[in-house]
Design a protein around this ligand. Structure first.
Ligand code: FMN
Length: 192
């Protein structure tokens, strides 16, 4: 299963911990997958348990809804002291981590640098799904939106709204995007 990850390339996967599921960007290095987490529920649960599952999805809506904590219909399986989403292929395993200080344009914070070591494979299949540029934009918008929630800058808000017009031009329709756009619009009204 690790073979599906090309070394050095970032893949957006689902990280499942004790009570949470969230997208994370992982990079394969040998027999391990590296990722970093900013403070949040996954951050805390990795420290507490040292365990996680990493699962593949080709459903951009699922990645985005879990990132924004919007409702999703998922069934979970608990086995071998691990937890994962039913039906999605992946790996369960242990996580080695260290906390580091992190400084970027959003400010200074702590970051959890993680290395996932697989212990077993999770069975599942992905639905047949054609490639869409609208889906790429949806993912990119959600990543930027989670940054906007940390630091609501006008420049970023304008960029997100621009991406939204390309998204709709490409035929994209998503309730998660509606959620982001209403938030951005309401925020603008608050500023003025
Ligand atoms: C495609 C995508 C990839 C993301 N990758 C990461 C990541 O690698 N690390 C991270 O800390 N947050 C990442 N995020 C943001 C988190 O999903 C978001 O901040 C979430 O609220 C994490 O908090 P939680 O652990 O409390 O659920 C990503 C978001 C999206 C949409």
């Amino acid at each position: 299963m690790l073979d599906v990850f090309e070394e050095g390339k970032v893949y957006e996967v689902l990280l499942v911990t004790r009570s949470n599921g969230t997208p994370v960007g992982v990079v394969r290095e040998g027999e391990r997958l590296r990722f970093k987490l900013f403070p949040g529920r996954s951050f805390r649960e990795i420290i507490e348990t040292g365990k996680a599952s990493i699962q593949l999805t080709n459903d951009p809506e699922l990645l985005v809804r879990t990132a924004l904590n919007l409702p999703v219909e998922l069934e979970f399986v608990e086995a071998n002291a691990h937890r994962w989403i039913k039906g999605l292929p992946g790996l369960y395993g242990r996580v080695e981590w260290k906390v580091e200080r992190w400084k970027d344009e959003l400010g200074e914070t702590e970051v959890l640098l993680c290395e996932f070591i697989p212990e077993g494979e999770i069975e599942g299949t992905l639905p047949v799904k054609p490639f869409s540029r609208a889906d790429c934009l949806l993912i990119e918008m959600a990543v930027l939106f989670t940054r906007y929630l940390v630091k609501p800058e006008e420049k970023l808000r304008a960029r997100l709204l621009e991406m939204h017009s390309l998204y709709t031009h490409l035929g994209g329709r998503s309730t998660a995007v509606d959620h982001m756009v209403s938030f951005l619009t309401e925020n603008a009204q608050k500023e003025h």
